[in-house]
Design a protein around this ligand. Structure first.
Ligand code: TYM
Length: 343
C-alpha cells in the first residue's frame, strides 16, 4: 500500500514556493492515499529559533495546511517533536549513513556557508532525520519541491543500506513526487535564486499571509526584462517544459509565467500561447489579479486559524496520537532488527 509523508519547517514566512511546490500538492493526494503531513520543528532548530516565535510559526504552518485544504480527519497532521520515533530512528540512521554521503549534501553547504565550523551538528545530520521522518511510517511517496530531491536520494540510500546491513526487507525505497508547473519557484528579485524564507528582501517572495495590496505590489515590482513575453516556441521537444537555454536567458520571465500557469492550474504550453507577445505591464496585472484571487482566501483563513491557537493545537495533538500509533511499532521492529532489547 502507498503511504504519503511530507514535512514543512516552521521557520516563518511561508511563501508561494512552499505552496505551489509542496502544500498545494499535499491537498490533492488526500483523495487517493493515506497521508501524513508534519510540521518539522526538530528540523527547524538546526539553526537558531526564538522559542516564542517557533511556537507561533508551528501554528502558522498548521494553519497553512488547513487553509490550503488539508482535512485533518482524513490526513494525519502533527508536529514532529510530539512523536519521539522521529528522533529515535534518526539516531539509528546516524549510524547507518556515511560521513561521505552527508558531505555531498548541497543544502548543508549552502546553509552553513563560510561558517561551516560553527554550524550546528544537527544541521549536518539534518537529512538523516528527514529519512527517519519518512521511514518511521514506512511511507512510500514524498511530495516535495525540486530542492529536496537530493535529500530524498539520501533517504533511499539509507533504506537500502539498512536493509542490506541487516539482511532484511524492512524499509521501503521511497519515490519523490515532484509535480505541477512550479516545482522550483524563483525569487521575484533575482530569477537565478530560489524563492526562500531566508532571503533578506521581503520583495523577493510572496508570503502566504500577505494581503492583496502587498501581493499586487510585489508582482508589480518583480524584476523582468525589456522584451515582450515569449510564446510556445520556447518549449522543449517534450512540449511541456521550457527549453533550458531559453529559461537561462530569461529566468524572471519564465518564473512569472510558471507561477501564472501553476495558479491558473493550466499547462505552461497554454500559458505561453495566452501571453505570447504581451508586454510585462499587462501580464503583471493579470498575474496580480490571479494571485490575489487564489492566495487571498488562504491568507485570510490562516489569520483566522492563527487567532484560535487552542483549535490548531488540538488538531496537532490528535494528529500526533495517530502518528504515534503508526510509528511506534515500526520503531520497535527496527530495535529488534538492530538487536536492542525491547521492554
Ligand atoms: P522547507 O520547509 O524548506 O520547504 C517545504 C516544502 O516547500 C518546498 N519549497 C519549494 N518548492 C518550490 N519552489 C520553492 N522556491 C520552494 N521552497 C521550498 C520544499 O521543496 C518542501 O517540499 N527538508 C524539508 C522539510 C522536511 C521534509 C521531511 C520534507 C523535513 N522532513 C520529510 C519531506 C519529507 C524542508 O526544509 O522543507
Amino acid at each position: 500500500m502507498s503511504r504519503i509523508f511530507s514535512g514543512v519547517q516552521p521557520t516563518g514566512d511561508l511563501h508561494l514556493g512552499n505552496y505551489l511546490g509542496a502544500i498545494r500538492n499535499f491537498v490533492g493526494l488526500q483523495d487517493d492515499f493515506e497521508c501524513l503531513y508534519c510540521v518539522v520543528d526538530l528540523h527547524a532548530i538546526t539553526v537558531w529559533q526564538d522559542p516564542e516565535k517557533l511556537a507561533a510559526n508551528t501554528r502558522e504552518v498548521a494553519a497553512a495546511f488547513l487553509a490550503a485544504g488539508i482535512d485533518p480527519t482524513r490526513s494525519i497532521m502533527f508536529n514532529q517533536s510530539q512523536v519521539p520515533a522521529h528522533a529515535e530512528l534518526a539516531w539509528i540512521f546516524n549510524c547507518v549513513a556515511r560521513v561521505g554521503w552527508l558531505n555531498r549534501m548541497t543544502q548543508f553547504k549552502e546553509k552553513a556557508g563560510k561558517h561551516r565550523e560553527n554550524a550546528s551538528v544537527g544541521l549536518y545530520v539534518y537529512p538523516n532525520l528527514m529519512a527517519a521522518d519518512i521511514l518511521a511510517y514506512k511511507a512510500t511517496h514524498v511530495p516535495v519541491g525540486e530542492d529536496q530531491k537530493q535529500h530524498l536520494e539520501l533517504t533511499r540510500d539509507i533504506a537500502i543500506k539498512f536493509n542490506n546491513d541487516f539482511d532484511v526487507e524492512f524499509l521501503p525505497v521511497v519515490e519523490p513526487l515532484i509535480f505541477g508547473e512550479a516545482t522550483r519557484v524563483m525569487s521575484l528579485r533575482d530569477g537565478s535564486k530560489k524563492m526562500s524564507k531566508s532571503d533578506p528582501s521581503d520583495y523577493s517572495r510572496i508570503n502566504l499571509t500577505d494581503g492583496p495590496d502587498d501581493i499586487a505590489q510585489k508582482i508589480r515590482k518583480a524584476r523582468t526584462d525589456a522584451d515582450a513575453l515569449p510564446g510556445p516556441d520556447a518549449l522543449a521537444s517534450d512540449g511541456r517544459h521550457v527549453e533550458a537555454a531559453h529559461e537561462k536567458a530569461r529566468p524572471e520571465a519564465y518564473n512569472l509565467l510558471s507561477i501564472y500557469a501553476a495558479l491558473a492550474e493550466q499547462s505552461m504550453a497554454v500559458t505561453l500561447e495566452q501571453f505570447e507577445g504581451a508586454q510585462f505591464s499587462s501580464f503583471k496585472g493579470e498575474l496580480a489579479d490571479l494571485s490575489v484571487a487564489k492566495l487571498g482566501p488562504i491568507g485570510e483563513e490562516m489569520q483566522r486559524l492563527m487567532a484560535d491557537p487552542g483549535h490548531v493545537d488540538g488538531i496537532l495533538r490528535d494528529g500526533a496520537a495517530r502518528a504515534n500509533a503508526i510509528a511506534e511499532p515500526v520503531l520497535r521492529e527496527a530495535h529488534e532488527i538492530v538487536g536492542f532489547l525491547n521492554p
